[in-house]
Each structure stands twice: as C-alpha cells, then as structure tokens.
Design a protein around this ligand. Structure first.
Ligand code: ATP
Ligand code: MG
Length: 721
C-alpha cells in the first residue's frame, strides 16, 4: 500500500484536508462531496505517512454500521488490521469507557442499559410512587425533559428551584428518576454520555491517561453532536490533541434530540488555529438529483452556504407518483423495485426511506406479498421478539403437533427439566422412525425409552398441550391466547426476567392478546387461530432477509444519514407526515424537517422516486393530506409524474398541492378509481386499481373491514355506494 493510493483518487480540496499538517481541521461540505471519504483517507494518511500509531487515534461516527464500515475501509486502505484504534459512536465509546472504569464512574460491575422503552416504564412507575397525574403531565413529556437536561449536561441538582408547576413537577420527577436509576444500577443513553463526561471532570488522572493516548481525534457528522458530546470531546482533546471534524450544517437533523449546529461555529472559537476546508464537488448524485436537493434546501435561511456541483450526467428526471392510498403507494414501490432488479441490478442498491417508523408495516406487507427480500434498519419487529416467538410456537403446536420447529422452541421453555440429552434422543428417534418430534415423544413415553424423571417431564409437556387444546376449544381467539399464556406459565416465566426486560416482555405478550382481539379472520367459517398464525408468521422475521443477504433496504430518513443508494424511494411525501405535523409547533423544527428532506434526496445516486398518498391510514385513522411542500419546492422541469400501468391514468395533480381528481374510468368497467362500492360479503370499500379486460377484468378494492382484495369483476357483483 503506498501513498499515491491514499491521495491519488482525491480532488485538490480533499487532498488538502487529508494531508493537512495543521493542528485542527474543519471540513465543511455538502452531501456526497466526499467528507466521510476524506476522513477515512486522512486516518490512513496519518498512519501511513505521519507514522501515527493506530493506538493513538479515536474516530467517532454516528451509527454502529458507519463505524464498522469506517474500520473496514481504513483496513482496506492500509492493508492491515487496526485493532488498537478506537472507532465507534459517542454512545459506544462512552459505554466502553464506563465499562472499563465502572468503579471510577460510580457504577456497579454489570450496570444495565435502559433503552427508550425501558426508560418510559421506569418513569411510569415513579408516577405511581409519587402520585403524579399522567393525564396532566404526560410521561413522554417527562422523558423528553429528562433527556434534554442530560444532553445539556444538567443533573437534577443543577436545576434552579422554580414556582412554575410544570418545572417543579419535572424537577421532582427528574430527581426521583436519578435516584431510582442509581439504586438499580441502570444507565440510559443520555446518562452514558453524561457519566463519561463526568468521568473526565472527576478523575483527572484518568483524563490525563486518555489525553496522552489519543493524539488524534476525528469526528464524522459533526453537525449532529449535542452539548455533552462536544464538551466530552473538548475536554479529552485538551491542549495537545489534533482534532478533525467533518460535517454539513444542512444535514443537521437531530436538533430534536439535543444536537447543536452551533458546535460547527463554536469549533472555530474553541480550538486555536482551525483550518477550514470546503468541498463543493459532489460525486454521488446526478445533476437532476443534485439540483432538486439544492432547490429544497435553498428555502432555509441561516445557512453557512455551500454550492454543490457535479461533473456527472443530468440523469433521469425525478419521478413523482400520486398514490391513491398507502397500499397503492407500497404496491407501486414494489413494482418499480422489481422492474429495477429485472434490469440486472442488486436489491441492496435500493433504499426505501420514510419519515416515521409506522409507515413500514404497509411497505413490508407489500414486499412480503411480492416475495421480495428486504431488510429494516433500526427498530425490531414485533413478531421477531423472543417472547412473541415463544407464544406463537405454543399456538402453532396447538394447531399442528407436527410442527417440529415450534416443538423444539418450547419443549423446555419455560424450563421444565428437559435437558439437551433428552432432546437429542427425541431428535434421533424422530429421524430414525421418520416421525415428528411430537410423535417421537409420545412413543418414547409409551415405550419407556427415557429414565423416569425425563419421561415424567416430557409426558407433562404432552399433557399440557393436549389439555390446553381441549380447554380453549370454542373460545374467542384472544381468550385462547390468554389461557395459553397462563397455563404454559409463559407470562410469568418472562415476567420473572430481571428488571425492565421482564416488564417489557409481559407488555408485549399482552399486546399479542390485543392483536388477537382485533384480528378479523378472512374466512369466518374456519377456526381463527390458524388464520391468525399464518398472518403472524408472514409478518415475522423469517421473511426478513439476513444481514448479508442481498435485500432492499428499508429505513427512516434519519437512519439513512451518511448512506447512499443508486435507487431511492422517498415514501409518504405529504404535509403533516413530512414535514411532520409537530414541526409547526416549535421554532426551527420546520427547518430541521427541510434538512431531513435534503438528506433524503441526496441519498440517491442515479434515480429518485417521490410518492405521496391522497389518503393514508396511519395510527388507525384516515388522513387526507396535500402533497408535501418539499415536493413542490423542486422545480417542475426536474420532475415527471409516473403511472403504474397504462390502465390507470390520472391527471397531473401535484403542482400547487391540489388533490388529484380521479376522473378516468377503469377499462370501461363502469367504475372509477377511488369510487366507493359495496360487496355482499366484504362490505364497503374503495376501488384501488383495475387489471385486464372483458370477462377476465379484475378490480382491487380496499375494504374497510377486510383490507385490500383483488376480485374478478364479473363475479364480484359490486354495487356503487
Ligand atoms: P454525506 O454528506 O451524505 O455523508 P459525504 O460528504 O460523506 O456524504 P462520501 O460518502 O464520502 O460523501 O462520498 C460520496 C460518494 O462519492 C462516495 O461514493 C464516494 O466514494 C464518492 N467520492 C468521494 N470523493 C470522490 C473522488 N474524489 N473521486 C471519486 N469518487 C469520490
Ligand atoms: Mg458522510
């Protein structure tokens, strides 16, 4: 590996950043201009040319995924592993420090990390203990308050006493929360950062040790650091470390979580002799995509101002799809993704981005139906959780004793003294005799193939499942599940798990019961349980691609920061969804939403699809929103409206944000898109799409209670409502 390889592929400005001998460096540049690339190359430069030991380098990025990639890219450039180098997120690095020095940080050996859900539950319990009314002071608000204080480095004892009832209550809750976490050895995300910072302040000898070690500190996505992170960094850097930060003020999207764009401006004052490098050439996106991004962000005031350009081709226009509703949108995306892959492209080159997590379910459903591989970043899926999978396994056994996977999963869950040895014997017997594990177990018990203790345990399990089936027969679905959770002891078993996790698992199991209560079977004549199970299994993780499998990438716009995809879909481009409806409330929030739109658009390399739904069901409600202002901000000459298939035509509708009017009739069927119709079994619904002609003509109807179905028109006997 030689030096030309490190700098050979860089433009002059990038080269200046990579090879800078200045003590401090700020790289301020727009999306896709090679900031991350410059950072990676700089680290390689330091090691290779300046002969800096990897051991004395600390690199910080925004996500764990980015950290992994950064390490890989450095190692590829250098050709050797760089194990001693610290590469991670602020949270990850803080965690590492606290684990190494837990005594000094005042934490027990195995301190427990609270995620956001855990945190909510701890706070809820305090409401009961302190007799505080959660209708007056919503729990979420308290959680925000506490986190915001921590992001600013403030503990409860630092807050001024106040007469204001809101402030007084929050103060009291914060103090109680701190005490409760302290007692339980629990550390939330904000606490990780704050403690790591306090570690510097309280233990000067430790600080000195790390100051001497980390002579080079490099930070990517610097625009999204919050006050504590910045303070931690400054203290660590001390007088002697060299600090490189790279960022883009236009991509600051975590203000709602305490990030401070001002850190970019402060950096110049807080550190002496900062050299600033600006990168303006974009290497990622086509001309059209870049122009669209520039137009969107231009509406924000108060920018540091950058002018991005590219030598690349104009590329294809940006495509806009006006969907009738969210299902139509999901189907459109699926269809386009398929077409793109059919041209020989990889699935993983496709990014589907959305504003809020709740949008993913419909997209997932469509992808599952189309049998396309996909993967969701961040946030686990409900049906993937351990306790839910255990519960489903019992239910599967109830409906089908031959289900070996289910059998294996729960034969000893909750623990009932059936060890690995017995399980092995059962597996062997099943294989030899060509029978299911269930039958093997029955046979083994009947023929006394096990020592008596194991035999009793296995027999107990068989009796339990058989007995349960008799018990629940004829009960409504949710009562069946409730009975199962009690009789198998699964609820209590998971509830016994230590701390917040146990509580969370119990709540999830309760959520499963309510999912069953809400479930409406497709065929009311057949038993509900198997129908529910097949739907749940379709939704479960089995269908989600493994991390190394080639798969479409689904994620929120926030998680897409720093990434790039040849093909990008931005779904749900509607007012009140994006910009988010909360963004009107607080000053600065709308600007942040706009930056998020800029982040989204600049993820696309070759092709960008924007879509919006005329009507969207979200959180159980129908919403009719105008097309997002961010779409309208893109110059019309860059945009083309697309149609899914030529059977469906609709007038140009997006300009000015007016609602589309569906006036075209579907293939001479006598019905219109969007028309309300009545079906004698499925009830009322709305026409979504048409397909085919004559006697084969089919129509897709989204029924209010039954969901979307394709029907053959000549049989369906639809009546206009
Ligand atoms: P973001 O703001 O989204 O984080 P960024 O500024 O960090 O973007 P990079 O991800 O580093 O940009 O680079 C964007 C793309 O441009 C990458 O695919 C990268 O490999 C490519 N690129 C950057 N610089 C060059 C260059 N000098 N020559 C060729 N390709 C480059
Ligand atoms: Mg980057």
């Amino acid at each position: 590996m030689d030096v030309t390889e490190i700098i050979g592929t860089l433009n002059p400005a990038q080269r200046e950043a990579v090879t800078s001998a200045d003590s401090h460096l700020l790289v301020l540049a727009g999306a896709g201009s090679g900031k991350t690339r410059a950072l990676v190359h700089r680290i390689s430069w330091l090691v290779e040319v300046e002969q800096v030991s990897p051991f004395s380098i600390l690199a910080v990025t925004f996500t764990n995924k980015a950290a992994r990639e950064m390490r890989q890219r450095i190692e590829r450039l250098l050709g050797v592993p760089v194990g001693g180098m610290w590469v991670g997120t602020f949270h990850g690095l803080a965690h590492r420090l606290l684990q190494t020095h837990n005594r000094d940080a005042g934490l027990p050996d195995n301190f427990q990390i609270l995620d956001s859900d855990d945190q909510t539950r701890v706070i809820k319990r305090l409401y009961q203990a302190l007799d505080i009314d959660d209708s007056r002071w919503p729990v979420k608000q308290t959680q925000w308050f506490i986190n915001a204080q921590k992001d600013e480095g403030l503990r409860a004892r630092h807050l001024q006493a106040s007469q204001d009832p809101f402030h007084r209550t929050m103060h009291r809750l914060y103090a109680a929360y701190e005490e409760s976490c302290e007692r339980g050895g629990m550390v939330d995300f904000g606490e990780l950062l704050l403690r790591a910072h306090e570690l510097w302040l309280n233990k000067p000898e430790l600080l000195q040790h790390y100051q001497q070690r980390f002579r080079h500190i490099l930070v990517d996505e610097f625009q999204d650091t919050n006050s504590v992170q910045y303070a931690w960094l400054r203290v660590l850097a001390g007088k002697d470390s060299r600090v490189t930060v790279v960022g883009d003020d236009d991509q600051s999207i975590y203000g709602w979580r305490g990030a401070r764009i001002e850190n970019i401006l402060n950096f110049n004052c807080d550190f002496p002799d900062v050299k600033t490098v600006r990168l303006e050439q974009n290497y990622r996106s086509t001309q059209n995509i870049l122009q669209a991004a520039n137009a969107v962000i231009a509406k924000n005031g108060d920018r540091l101002g950058k002018n991005l350009w590219t030598e690349g081709p104009d590329g294809e226009p940006i495509s806009l799809y006006a969907a009738f509703n969210e299902q139509d949108e999901a189907r459109f995306i699926t269809e386009q993704a398929k077409q793109w892959a059919n041209k020989g492209n990889r699935w993983s080159d496709i990014g589907v981005l959305y504003r809020s997590n709740a949008q993913s379910r419909v997209l997932e459903d469509a992808l599952i139906r189309a049998q396309l591989p996909y993967r969701i970043y961040g946030g686990h899926k409900f049906y993937e959780r351990m306790e839910i999978r255990n519960a489903l396994a019992y239910l599967r056994l109830l409906t089908n004793r031959q289900d070996d996977a289910a059998f294996e999963r729960v034969i000893n869950t909750p623990t009932r003294g059936i060890g690995e040895k017995s399980a092995l014997t059962l597996r062997q017997l099943a294989r030899d005799e060509g029978m299911s594990l269930w039958h093997a177990a029955e046979k083994a018990v009947a023929e006394k193939l096990f020592p008596s203790r194991a035999a009793t345990a296995i027999n107990g399990f068989l009796q339990l499942v058989d007995g349960l089936q008799q018990e629940v027969e004829g009960l409504p679905l949710h009562e069946q599940v409730e009975a199962m959770l009690q009789r198998t002891d699964l609820m209590a078993f998971h509830g016994r798990e230590k701390g917040e996790r146990g509580q969370a698992r119990k709540e999830n199991l309760a959520e499963l019961v309510s999912a069953c209560r809400e479930f409406s079977a497709e065929d009311p004549e057949r038993p509900a349980l198997p129908q529910f199970l097949s739907e749940a299994m379709l939704n479960a993780g089995e269908r989600q691609a493994d991390s190394d499998q080639d798969a479409i990438q689904l994620m929120t716009l926030h998680s897409a920061k720093g990434l790039e995809f040849p093909l990008v879909f931005m779904a749900g481009m509607e007012e009140n969804l994006f910009p988010h409806r909360m963004s009107g409330d607080e000053p600065g929030r709308l600007e942040e939403e706009r930056r998020l739109a800029y982040v989204g658009v600049t993820r696309a390399m070759e092709k960008l699809f924007l879509s919006f739904a005329e009507c969207r069901q979200l959180y159980g409600k129908d919403n009719y929103n105008a097309v997002s202002r961010f779409v309208r901000d893109i110059p019309a000459e860059l945009v083309e409206e697309v149609r899914l298939s030529n059977q469906v035509r609709r007038p140009t509708s997006y300009a000015g944000g007016s609602s589309a009017l569906f006036s075209d009739q579907g293939s001479g069927t006598g019905f219109d898109l969007g028309q309300r119709v009545m079906h004698n079994i499925f009830g009322e619904g709305t026409i979504l799409n048409f397909e085919g002609n004559g006697p084969q003509a089919r129509v897709q109807v989204n029924f209010d209670s039954e969901g979307s179905k394709w029907l053959v028109l000549s049989f369906a006997k639809l009546e206009p409502v």
